[in-house]
Ligand binder design. Structure first.
Ligand SMILES: Nc1ncnc2c1ncn2[C@@H]1O[C@H](COP(=O)(O)OP(=O)(O)OP(=O)(O)O)[C@@H](O)[C@H]1O
Ligand SMILES: [Mg+2]
Length: 255
């Protein structure tokens, strides 16, 4: 068995806020989320908008807002992820491919922003030398994504977190992006894919954790998903309701 890179156990997250200035209230955003990823694996966390997927990424990177209250355990290579360890890992051993391409600095040429090491990976991701001299607004959505992937791939990260890396891309570019991520996993990295596109993910990942409104519905292998071996009827409805699976279920019946 390959080395376990990430172990998230029973993660709960709530946000505290004040109503009418006086009353403190707590809103639960994630309930009992558990995810494990080994080296060489690509694992998806899939769910609709607002189900808490990005919050998981932000917890792993230690970039949650101060009103977030988190409990549960997060281990990286068997070590408890304390705030100090997270700070050391962020950008080194854990790299993020962010949800928004607006993370590229609009005032900086792409080459300068990405750095030499990432630029040396541009050809691998189909980016020409000229791209280094462009500003982010001169890139297409697909090019910007490939720049972000080059940046993450150029680190020594053992864990790559890709937050909706295919959002806004056409089919061809989405598959290309997923192939790049799969390649990185096959080279030994652990890849956490955050996505709402279960069908696309199912063609590339090993395991998927289904989330709904912050709750973990279940974790199952792609083989189990494709063979209908789910434990929860929500997974069945979600899978069958996909356009690619001919909308077999009535979406109103979903939890
Ligand atoms: N700082 C915050 N304070 C209170 N609630 C928050 C805060 N940040 C996020 N949330 C809530 O947590 C929930 C999950 O947000 P999150 O961004 O993780 O969703 P997501 O699954 O990534 O959605 P999307 O697919 O649209 O990116 C949302 O309902 C959101 O409103
Ligand atoms: Mg998100």
């Amino acid at each position: 068995m390959k080395e376990k890179i990430l172990e998230v156990n029973q993660l709960n997250m709530a946000f505290t806020s004040y109503s009418k200035g006086l009353y403190k209230q707590s809103t639960q955003a994630i309930h009992n989320l558990s995810v494990n990823i080994h080296a060489g694996e690509m694992v998806a966390v899939a769910g609709a908008s607002g189900s808490g997927k990005s919050l998981l990424a932000h917890a792993l990177l230690g970039i949650l807002p101060s009103n977030a209250c988190v409990n549960g355990t997060m281990n990286f290579k068997g070590q408890e992820m304390t705030p100090k360890l997270i700070q050391q890992l962020r950008g080194n051993k854990i790299a993020l491919i962010p949800q928004s391409v607006s993370c590229l600095n609009p005032l900086m040429k792409v080459g300068k922003f990405a750095g030499k090491k990432a630029c040396s990976l541009f050809p691998r991701y189909g980016l020409s030398k000229e791209v280094e001299n462009l500003y982010p607004h001169e890139l297409s959505g697909g090019m910007a994504r490939r720049v972000l992937i080059s940046c993450a791939a150029s680190t020594d990260a053992d864990l790559l977190i890709a937050d909706e890396p295919t959002a806004g891309l056409n089919d061809e570019l989405a598959h290309e992006t997923m192939k790049h991520l799969r390649e990185l996993a096959d080279e030994g990295k652990a890849v956490l894919l955050i996505t709402h596109d279960l069908y696309l993910a199912s063609q590339y990942v090993d395991t998927v954790t289904i989330m709904y409104e912050g709750k973990t519905i279940e974790t199952l292998s792609i083989e189990a998903l494709k063979n209908g071996k789910w434990k929860d009827s929500f997974t069945e409805q979600l899978w069958r309701a996909l356009p690619e699976n001919e909308f077999i279920c009535d979406i109103k019946d979903m939890k």
